[in-house]
Design a protein. Structure first.
Length: 283
């Protein structure tokens, strides 16, 4: 079975050779009717039917044009393709191949991150080895770095109690507060908006949002490395990515428990809001 590849929205043509059971080209007259079908496989419906024509009927060769308009809306994946020939003896499947639709450059912006690929190197200098093996990955593992940032932001939003005082274990009033305190507030859109402003335009708010210190980078970098390792589980390698994923995830979580995150709201370089990730509310 042949294997073809095309990028989303790209135009390309292939020559399909119809062979017999022994691998020899089947000669045709050229007046046989051709039909093509592309589908995800199994019992799924046909997604499009290429307009086929004979390239060299005597050599059993068919021209398969693939227009960009036909692949632009397809999800990157592996599809099945076949050619149906109708002659005096009826219709029969004459050729099959696999068609892989690849990603093309789009308009989606890179996710915001608190780290760079250099921060990941600090704790896993072998991480770049995985970039080449991840055909659908984004350069610099930006997806995983962006997810690690949103993971930290989610914790900050969930820990902040904007309408109540939340004493931590050991402080006066903790026991009664944990038993009879009010309900938790809804997650704060305002705080999430403040976190989203970092980093801002250099001339207006370069420092508004989370103050990113070395410890912050370490937490987020280790979380990103755990996500990268988790995506490698199942690959043949001399590294145990399952253990590495758990190790770096635990490192990030344990470090977060002893971290107080500072948020600058007016771009003066000082913390206006402090959120202790280690405090726990038992309500």
């Amino acid at each position: 079975m042949d294997y073809w590849r095309v990028a989303q929205g790209s135009t390309v043509s292939y020559i399909a050779t119809i062979n017999d059971a022994n691998g020899n080209p089947v000669p045709y007259i050229g007046n046989e009717t051709l039909a093509g079908q592309v589908w995800p496989g199994g019992l799924e419906a046909v997604v499009w039917s290429p307009a086929l024509s004979w390239y060299s009927a005597g050599a059993g060769q068919v021209l398969v044009p693939i227009a960009g308009t036909q692949t632009a809306a397809l999800a990157p994946s592996l599809y099945r393709f076949k050619i149906i020939v109708t002659d005096g003896g009826g219709s029969h499947d004459a050729f099959e191949s696999q068609l892989e639709v690849l990603y093309s450059p789009g308009s989606v912006g890179a996710p915001p991150t608190y780290t760079s690929i250099d921060d990941l190197y600090t704790y896993a200098d072998w991480i770049l080895d995985l970039q080449a093996s991840a055909s659908q990955n984004v350069a610099g593992f930006l997806k995983q770095q962006g997810r690690a940032r949103s993971w930290l932001d989610d914790m900050l939003v969930s820990r902040w109690k904007w309408n109540s005082y939340a004493p931590t274990p050991g402080t006066p009033g903790y026991g009664s507060y944990s038993l009879y305190g009010g309900r938790d507030p809804f997650p704060s859109k305002w705080l999430r908006d403040q976190l989203a402003t970092w980093p801002g335009p250099p001339t207006t708010n370069p420092g508004i949002g989370l103050i990113v210190r070395d410890q912050t980078k370490e937490i987020v970098a280790k979380k990103a490395i755990s996500l990268i390792c988790a995506s490698q589980i199942g690959r043949e390698s001399d590294r145990d990515y399952r253990k590495l994923a758990r190790y770096f995830a635990r490192e990030a979580e344990e470090l977060a428990k002893v971290t107080r995150c500072e948020i600058d709201l007016n771009n003066d370089g000082y913390a206006d809001l402090v959120i202790d990730l280690g405090s726990t509310n038992l309500r």
